[in-house]
Design a binder for this molecule. Structure first.
Ligand SMILES: CC(C)(COP(=O)(O)OP(=O)(O)OC[C@H]1O[C@@H](n2cnc3c(N)ncnc32)[C@H](O)[C@@H]1OP(=O)(O)O)[C@@H](O)C(=O)NCCC(=O)NCCS
Length: 150
């Protein structure tokens, strides 16, 4: 049974590793993954100061999402599902949580800076393309930005 709950600060190292394992499913090489490590690292302080939710199955972490909101625009900061749990509804449930959280904070739109391979998932969830933005990890790389109406 999939259950959602807020992340705990002491889970930061395990969640960092989950994000890295999840990102790697798209087949990136070791140098690329090393370059992503700083951006994907979660700290106890960040978990305490942000809205971070985890999914778990039988007490094991299955995914994580983080959302930030300012005024009427929210940003999906991260959404990562454990590789063994892909395509089992975890991403959808975490995205539903992020949407509800952003809506409750007054947002009407959520922006998503997506991995190119994850963009079809967001389109499936109703997001529309909204240009490209520079990657936060790889100089010179541009990634899709999508816009999800709340
Ligand atoms: C993108 C990601 C979060 C999707 O999570 P998931 O748990 O596999 O997705 P779900 O099982 O909830 O899928 C929901 C729907 O989207 C579809 N879907 C999921 N991934 C898809 C993909 N890569 N391409 C197209 N459709 C996809 C599913 O088939 C399902 O469709 P349905 O409406 O017919 O049921 C997951 O693939 C992931 O963590 N990827 C690696 C890390 C990453 O890139 N994260 C995003 C960073 S921006």
């Amino acid at each position: 049974m999939l259950a959602l709950r807020p992340a705990r600060p002491d889970e930061a190292p395990a969640l960092t590793e989950l994000c890295l394992r999840s990102k790697a499913v798209w087949g990136y090489d070791a140098a690329f993954m090393q370059a992503c490590r700083r951006e994907l690292t979660m700290t106890p302080a960040a978990i305490m100061s942000s809205r971070v939710q985890v999914a778990e199955v039988d007490g094991r972490l299955a995914g994580v999402a983080e959302v930030k909101s300012e005024g009427d625009v929210a940003q999906l900061e991260r959404l990562f599902v454990e590789p063994g749990m892909l395509r089992s509804g975890t991403g959808r449930q975490l995205l539903d949580w992020a949407k509800a959280t952003a809506r409750a904070a007054g947002a009407t739109t959520m922006l998503i800076e997506a991995d190119p391979d994850a963009a079809p998932f967001y389109r499936r969830m109703g997001a529309v393309d909204d240009g490209v933005v520079p990657s936060g990890s790889i100089p010179g790389r541009f990634i899709p930005r999508l816009n999800l109406s709340l």
